[in-house]
Design a protein around this ligand. Structure first.
Ligand code: G3P
Length: 219
């Protein structure tokens, strides 16, 4: 599982749990932190995160490559992976980045359909990020789309993983994972909602009260 945030406090808290393999960001997520982008990337890496996804920016392949090189300058330890938006410029950028650095790990992002994901995988993306909630908002069934992507990748032996993204509720997360997504990237509030169920929290409270009561009775 990945954490979809650039907030240092959220990252520090969530990474105490052993659930998360890395952090994903995008320009919107970084904007919320109101800090220089390169500084925020350095600060997140300083928390010891082993995989940080940074989206490269630009409206042409050339611009995307230029930004990729800028971000790569922070990647001395190989902990940064690159997100590339999946339009025709993004496809070209993926090919060129892989030619420049075959080890660069690339996540094809802003995916709203199975066909877009299939082209991303064929272009050389290591993973693709279908936007579950945004698909639903646009009348696309994200779970069917994820099933199709997974079937295509598995049938052809493509080593492209599905990192489901864009969630507004926890059912969407479980739905994406059970539809065939290899993993998901989730916001911090949904992480808490997945685990801190009111009924479970209340049950844990009662167990603790009963434990204390027994302690008092048998002292
Ligand atoms: O990782 C991509 C994701 O952050 C997009 O999410 O909530 O803006 O649809 P959202």
């Amino acid at each position: 599982m990945y954490l979809d945030t650039a907030n240092l406090a959220e990252i520090s808290e969530a990474f105490k749990t052993g659930v998360f393999q890395g952090v994903t960001t995008n320009p919107t997520i970084l904007l919320k932190e109101k800090t220089d982008r390169m500084k925020q990337i350095r600060d997140i890496l300083a928390l010891g995160i082993s995989r940080l996804y940074v989206q490269v920016l630009g409206d042409s392949a050339e611009a995307l490559i230029e930004d990729y090189r800028r971000v790569r300058s922070l990647n001395e330890e190989g902990r940064i992976a690159y997100k590339v938006s999946m339009d025709v410029h993004g496809l070209e950028a993926v090919k060129r980045i892989k030619e420049e650095d075959p080890d660069a790990e690339i996540l094809g992002t802003a995916i709203y359909s199975a066909d877009q994901a299939i082209l991303g995988a064929l272009a050389g993306c290591d993973s693709v990020a279908p936007y579950v909630n945004r698909m639903e908002n646009n009348g696309v069934n994200p779970f069917e789309a994820i099933q199709k992507m997974r079937m295509f990748f598995d049938d052809r032996g493509l080593a492209c993983t599905i990192v489901a993204a864009s969630f507004k509720n926890t059912n969407q997360i479980v739905g994406a994972l059970t539809a065939g997504a290899h993993t998901a990237t989730i916001p911090y509030d949904l992480f808490l909602q997945m685990i801190n169920k009111d009924v479970a929290v209340n049950a844990i409270k009662v167990f603790n009260q009963h434990g204390e009561e027994l302690e008092r009775q048998t002292r």
